[in-house]
Structure formats: C-alpha cells, structure tokens
Design a protein around this ligand. Structure first.
Ligand SMILES: [Mg+2]
Length: 130
C-alpha cells in the first residue's frame, strides 16, 4: 500500500487502540512470587461472599472466571492457589506500565488500573509502517 494514495483517508481518521493487560493481578502476584508461575492461581477474597478478582489461564480451563463467587471457583478448581488482592502492588506496577506507555506514544489515557487507550494517529509515518 503506497502512503501517498492513503493521505486523505489517513488525515481524516484517528487510530486509537485499547490496551488491556492480560491477567494483570495474576501477573503481579507471579512477579512477587515466582513459585506461582504455571500454577492455577486465583486472586480474590476468601470470605463467604468472596469473589474472584482475577484468575490464571490454568484455572480458566476449569470454568473459573473473574467476578465468580470464590466458593464456586474452588468447587470447579479445588487445587487452585488463592491469594488475597494486594492493591498497593497492583497500583505500583500499574504506574510502571503507565510510565512506559506514556513514554512510547504521543497521546494516552489510562482507563483503569490495567487498561489504556493510546492514540496512534500519525505514529505510522514515524515508524514508516505504510
Ligand atoms: Mg486486563
């Protein structure tokens, strides 16, 4: 695709991407404790009304998913390791990722602790992708 033939089309469009960090809480817990690598891990509350805040792919194949009652999650995947959430760590690592994204793109917006919108309009010419 030649760049010149797309100039009008590109000039009138904005290119915004949504970035969602994959299993963010699980990834942070694994950074803090490498023994969790490759193991079925659930982050969430263990009280009677506790829910799954995040879960690893090793638990998802048993049907576990976010926002599920913890009791049900542990019935589906009884061998899962459960850790309580650590909002301080998640905020810390979220800030690290935010800084990396902010240094890498001209315009970004943080939508949540693990979600971002990045405006990539014009970045194609910088990287000569077209
Ligand atoms: Mg996510």
């Amino acid at each position: 695709m030649k760049r010149d033939s797309n100039m009008d089309w590109q000039d009138s469009k904005r290119f915004v991407s949504h970035l969602d960090l994959d299993t963010f809480f699980v990834s942070v817990e694994r950074l803090k404790n490498s023994q969790f690598m490759g193991k079925p891990l659930i982050v969430g509350g263990l009280s009677d009304r506790g829910v799954v805040a995040a879960c690893s792919y090793e638990t998802r194949k048993f049907g576990v998913h976010s926002a599920m009652p913890m009791k049900l999650a542990l019935r589906l995947c009884p061998h899962a390791i459960v850790v309580r959430g650590d909002s301080e760590s998640y905020s810390y690592y979220s800030r690290l990722v935010t800084d990396i994204i902010a240094e890498s793109v001209p315009v970004m917006e943080k939508a949540s602790i693990d979600e971002f919108y990045v405006d990539l309009t014009g970045v194609d010419s910088f990287f000569r992708m077209w």
